[in-house]
Structure formats: structure tokens, C-alpha cells
Ligand binder design. Structure first.
Ligand code: SAM
Length: 287
């Protein structure tokens, strides 16, 4: 199924096998940070083989997953949000493995080949009202399809875009941010992970960057200042590095800098875990 895609999208889609493989391995640990019982089934041999080559065996994916698990649960269970949208959902199984308040709507968007693959394998009962849309986020009118499927733009929503923006040219990331921001009512939240250009050029991370090239899905899309970028779309953002979160959770992330040496400069060599709240309309720029 994945072979139906054009080659660039195919290569990015294969990375969904990698993230599923990382979740499968983590789920086997006695001290696991989450349990994803479907990840092994979804990951395929390709995912495990890419995972084995990584310097930290997927620790950064594991830390990101746990961080955004906690974030989503807090926003739905404590802050009352009931619409969740996952653009580039890949083989994510949160709709099945986390607990959601009644009436939670969960929308997963990914390319048709990935959706077909996932739905053919995932025979399970979601714990929320789950809708899955087969769309190309860069070219199709997914906003309309989302609303036809029941998404209500007048109500606040949560948007989580994991593992996508660093594969895209910055212009495509900007376009996606502009499009989703138009659907996010004041009080909505947005989460994503991003990399700084220092990660693309530092000798400390060059082996990882080379590996992403060798795997056929190079990291190219750096965001220098996510707070300023998101402010231009009407969001108030902050971020934490996955290295810092990793030490908090007991997982060291490549390039293995000691916790006491983490600071604003060294943390540019890691993924930023970005979260943002949609500003009231009077404080937002017109998009
Ligand atoms: C690294 S995976 C991340 C998947 C998931 N968010 C996770 O963290 O496990 C990247 C995902 O982006 C999806 N993707 C890439 N380009 C896309 C596009 N133009 N439209 C929709 N999905 C896309 C891929 O199919 C793949 O599932």
C-alpha cells in the first residue's frame, strides 16, 4: 500500500513504521513510559530495522510520545477540550490506548496508503469517537473534509503534529500552520516537535543527520524560533527540549550531553517539544 505514494512521500511515510517500532520496543520494558499493544503489529520489519541503526534506539520518539500523551490527557481531562486532530497521525494508537472523556472526537489525518495499511491491521475498539481521513495535507482540501466529518471550528480543539515538520521545507510548514490556525478557535492548543538549524550543522549531530539521509527521509526543515513563528499565526507558544524531558523520564537522548551541561545553546541539538495556546481573536493577526 505504501508503494502507491510518490517517492518523497513514500519515504516520509515509512518513518511511521519507525515510530511504531520505537513504541513497540518501549512497551516491552518493565519501566515503560507507556503501553502501546498494537505498535508491534503495525511497525513491520522495516520499522525495526531502521530503529536498530539509531544511536539511542528511538529514545527521542519515546520521550515525545510520553510528553504528548500527558499533554493530551491534561487538556481533555482537566481543561475540557473535546476535539483532537492529529495531522500526519501515521500509526498512532492513542485513540485506542488512552482514556478519553465521553464525547471526545478524535480525527486522524494521513496519506491514503498509510490509512489503508493501518485500518487493515488495526482491529480494535477506539475509546473515543474516532474518524480517520485519507488526505494529502499539502495539496488536498482537508479542511473541508474535516468539517464534513464533524469537526466544529467554532469550538476549541487540540492539534498535534508529531514527526512531520522537520521533513518538510519551511514554506510547507508555514502553509500547514496557517491552514490549521484558521480552524482553531480561541482557547485551542497546538503541539508539535521541531528542530533547530544547529542540529543540521553541528558535528555532534552529523551522524544522526547522515542516518536520516541514508534512511531516505532526510531532516531538512529547521525552525529557528518557534515562539516567534507561532506568534505570527496567533498562538502563544513555549517549548522544552526532549533531552531535558528525557532525563526527567529516565531516557538519555543522542547526542548524550550530561544533564548539567544542558542550556539554551546545547539544547539546540535536540528536538523542541512545542506547545501553544490560541490567542483570543482580538490579539491574533489576520490569516
Ligand atoms: C514520522 S511519521 C509520524 C507519524 C506519527 N505522528 C507518529 O509520531 O508516530 C510522519 C507521518 O507523516 C505523514 N505524512 C507525510 N507527508 C504527508 C502529507 N503530505 N499528508 C499527510 N500525511 C503526511 C506520513 O505518512 C507519516 O505517517
Amino acid at each position: 500500500m505504501i508503494d502507491m505514494l510518490d517517492s518523497t512521500k513514500r519515504r516520509i511515510s515509512v518513518t511511521a513504521f519507525l515510530t511504531a517500532a520505537a513504541r513497540a520496543v518501549e512497551s516491552q520494558r518493565p519501566d515503560r513510559l507507556f503501553d502501546d499493544p498494537w505498535a508491534a503489529l503495525l511497525a513491520s520489519r522495516e520499522g525495526f530495522s531502521i530503529l536498530e541503526k539509531g544511536e539511542d534506539r528511538g529514545a527521542s520518539i519515546v520521550v515525545r510520545t510520553r510528553y504528548f500523551d500527558e499533554w493530551l490527557q491534561r487538556l481533555t481531562q482537566e481543561e475540557g477540550l473535546r476535539q483532537i486532530v492529529l495531522p500526519a497521525a501515521g500509526l498512532d494508537t492513542r485513540a485506542f490506548r488512552l482514556t478519553w472523556p465521553p464525547a471526545t472526537r478524535f480525527f486522524e489525518l494521513d496519506l491514503p496508503a498509510v490509512v489503508l495499511y493501518k485500518e487493515a491491521r488495526l482491529q480494535a475498539q477506539p475509546r473515543c469517537q474516532r474518524t480517520i481521513l485519507a488526505v494529502d495535507l499539502t495539496s488536498s482540501d482537508w479542511e473541508n473534509q474535516l468539517q464534513q466529518a464533524g469537526f466544529q471550528p467554532a469550538l476549541p480543539s487540540v492539534w498535534l503534529v508529531e514527526g512531520l515538520f522537520f521533513y518538510l521545507p519551511l514554506e510547507q510548514t508555514r502553509q500547514l500552520l496557517a491552514r490549521l490556525s484558521r480552524l482553531a478557535a480561541p482557547g485551542s492548543w497546538l503541539g508539535f516537535d521541531a528542530i533547530h538549524s544547529a542540529m543540521l550543522s553541528s558535528p555532534l549531530t552529523s551522524s544522526r543527520i547522515q542516518l536520516t539521509k541514508k534512511n531516505g527521509a532526510p531532516w531538512i526543515g529547521a525552525i529557528a524560533d518557534p515562539v516567534a513563528l507561532l506568534a505570527s499565526f496567533g498562538w502563544q507558544a513555549s517549548f522544552v527540549s526532549n533531552a531535558r524531558k528525557g532525563y526527567e523520564y529516565g531516557r538519555a537522548i543522542f547526542p548524550f550531553i550530561a544533564p548539567e551541561a544542558l542550556n539554551a545553546e546545547t539544547e539546540k541539538l535536540y528536538h523542541m517539544l512545542v506547545t501553544a495556546k490560541r490567542l483570543p481573536l482580538e490579539e491574533s493577526p489576520r490569516l
